[in-house]
Design a protein around this ligand. Structure first.
Ligand SMILES: [Zn+2]
Length: 596
């Protein structure tokens, strides 16, 4: 059972973290009314229906109905357990866990997987000693120093199909656990399992908190394919969220160093050797939105240092686009020789690499210079083509001041009048980056979501006016039962604060939670006691209509019991009377109340 110290700690951590701040790292949010709005990360959408309420510290999506507290968000978004979400946030806000918590099924499961990773790491270390000649020989050829080898805890996977799996099963790890942790692969037709990696240099991969979550294996022989073989996605490892070296780099980012994005394991290591501890790499995948948001949290600027080949340049262009979208200013670091940072370091030495990073230039400027250098003769047509080619880069930028600066730069370099250039980039005045069309969509959605169902509206009124609860208990007892609202209404009637209500949200059943969240998110007009009566009647009517349909269906199926006939007659006369007394829909009353 949950004890009260634990409960108090969970609440303290939640209160210390700002939900807008936490969610804002993953979703770009804009304030509109009392709430913040953005595109929902849990379903595909083009117009924002995802809202974050800073007062109540809740979020809710009107599209897919995902919602809850900051914990719910981290659980849903990062696939964390409740305990992990609390732990993660607790570390960030600096409120340590009071004592050993209860060991739930989920945390046990995660700590088992964690154990598989630790034993696997142990095995790669043992093998590195055992086959020191191969292991150290390869690292020497890549000029990896002993310091770097130890800091990054490099290991070796031997040439064997079952050395690792046998080692792990000796330590009580089951086949199923090895498969789930991604260190073993299942043979065809379930004929047992075998080691994922053979004859490779092994790189342990940590998450940003320094927990071991995966491995990457580098081939040793030139013809050994693939060159890099990483862990698959597992419950511990989500490739698109992990940056290699982040647990080390964060310290430097906090000290104000710009994140430096490179392409591979050896590049990160090379940068560390050169004193550039701020370097990280995405793992065998292009930079994702999730990566970009993590980086955006730490710096307004990010430096890119990619391979000089075509693939590297293409990857850098994509990284620029994604980072710019998150409002990050992107710089390009150019190396004068070598194909990648690792090779450059070996050719030119430590200080040359650090100097190159210092000589970074804004990415857009670098592209402009490159294009200018490629077409030295500036005919009118060449200029027009050049401008056309720059448009996608320019459009990707989200900082209006930066954009204005480049406009000026282009005008100067191309000797074209700035106003003509502005016109060709589709600029009129203002430069606000919400286009009129998007703004219109935003308003449309917000006004649409402000009109909730009668159920939601009634509950919203009850939250504002707990004095109505008694009346609802009298008139709509089935409604309360059906939506499982008894505990919520008890709380409201006892005058408990909203904070207390919201602290229970994570433990509500999905359906109740959805209703409560939507009611709490409602910030439209109130309407007063008359509208309250109208809404109750509307719900009665809805229920009557539904009941009517089901009774008639039974009648049509040949049922003709006296009870059925009696109920139909009673309902019929009630519906007829309602038809006569009914004036206008409650929503109209709300609108009249609002405008009048
Ligand atoms: Zn959604």
């Amino acid at each position: 059972m949950l004890d009260s110290t634990y409960e108090a700690w969970v609440n303290a951590v939640r209160d210390a973290a700002d939900i807008v701040d936490v969610i804002g790292r993953y979703v770009s949010l804009k304030q509109k009314g009392k709430n913040f709005w953005g595109l929902c990360p849990f379903h595909q959408e083009k117009t924002p229906s995802f809202s974050v309420d800073p007062q109540q510290q809740l979020f809710y999506c009107f599209g897919c109905h995902t919602g809850g507290t900051v914990y719910t968000f981290l659980m849903e978004h990062d696939g964390l357990s409740f305990n992990e979400a609390v732990d993660m946030l607790a570390t960030e806000v600096g409120i340590p866990r009071p004592q050993k918590s209860e060991n739930t099924e989920v945390t046990r499961h995660f700590s088992r997987l964690q154990a598989v990773m630790e034993w696997t790491q142990e095995f790669f270390q043992i093998s590195a000693n055992q086959y020191a000649e191969i292991f150290l020989g390869y690292l020497a050829s890549r000029q990896v120093s002993e310091t770097a080898r130890k800091r990054f805890e490099l290991g070796y996977a031997p040439k064997s199909w079952n050395a690792l799996t046998q080692f792990l099963s000796k330590h009580g790890i089951t086949d199923a656990e090895m498969l789930e942790a991604g260190v073993a692969v299942s043979r065809q037709e379930n004929q047992g399992i075998y080691d994922r990696w053979r004859h490779r240099i092994m790189f342990p991969i940590w998450n940003h908190r320094g927990q071991l979550i995966a491995f990457g294996g580098r081939s040793i022989e030139p013809d050994q394919e693939p060159k890099y073989l990483n862990s698959p996605d597992t419950p511990l490892f989500h490739k698109i969220t992990v940056l290699y070296g982040e647990h080390l780099a964060r310290k430097f980012w906090r000290q104000g160093r710009r994140p430096l994005l490179v392409e591979g394991y050896f590049d990160v290591i090379a940068c560390h050797e050169a004193g550039l501890g701020q370097a990280v790499a995405s793992l065998g995948t292009a930079l994702s939105k999730e990566h970009a948001r993590a980086l955006a949290r730490y710096g307004k600027e990010v430096d890119l240092l990619y391979d000089r080949d075509q693939a590297g340049q293409e990857a850098m262009r994509r990284a620029f686009m994604i980072l710019s979208e998150e409002g990050v200013q992107v710089n390009r670091v150019t190396l004068t020789s070598g194909k990648d940072p690792d090779e450059f370091l070996r050719e030119k030495g430590l200080s040359a690499l650090a100097e190159s990073v210092e000589r970074r230039i804004p990415y857009f400027e670098a592209i402009l210079e490159e294009r200018l250098a490629n077409s030295p003769r500036q005919s009118a047509r060449a200029k027009a083509e050049l401008v056309e080619g720059l448009k996608p880069f320019w459009n990707a930028l989200s900082n209006p001041i930066e954009k204005a600066g480049y406009l000026e730069l282009m005008a100067r370099k191309l000797q074209v009048d700035q106003s003509i250039l502005a016109q060709s980039f589709g600029l009129k005045q203002g430069n606000g980056h919400i286009s009129p069309k998007n703004r219109h969509n935003m308003e449309r959605i917000v006004s649409k979501v402000k009109r909730p169902s009668y159920d939601v509206y009634l509950l919203a009124l009850l939250v504002r006016h707990p004095e109505y609860v008694g009346k609802v208990r009298e008139t709509l007892p089935e409604w309360i039962l059906e939506h499982d609202l008894t505990p919520v209404l008890d709380n409201l009637e006892q005058g408990k604060s909203l904070a207390e209500l919201t602290s229970q949200i994570d433990r509500m059943e999905t359906q109740v939670r959805r209703l409560v969240l939507e009611a709490l998110a409602y910030d439209g007009p109130d309407g007063g006691p008359r509208v309250f009566e109208d809404v109750m009647q509307a719900i009665v009517r809805q229920r009557d209509n539904a009941r009517w349909k089901s009774l008639i269906a039974r009648l049509k199926q040949g049922e003709d019991s006296p009870e059925l006939i009696r109920e139909i007659q009673a309902l019929q006369s009630r519906l007829a009377q309602d038809q006569m007394t009914r004036t206008s829909a409650p929503w109209d009353a709300v609108r009249i109340g609002k405008e009048g």
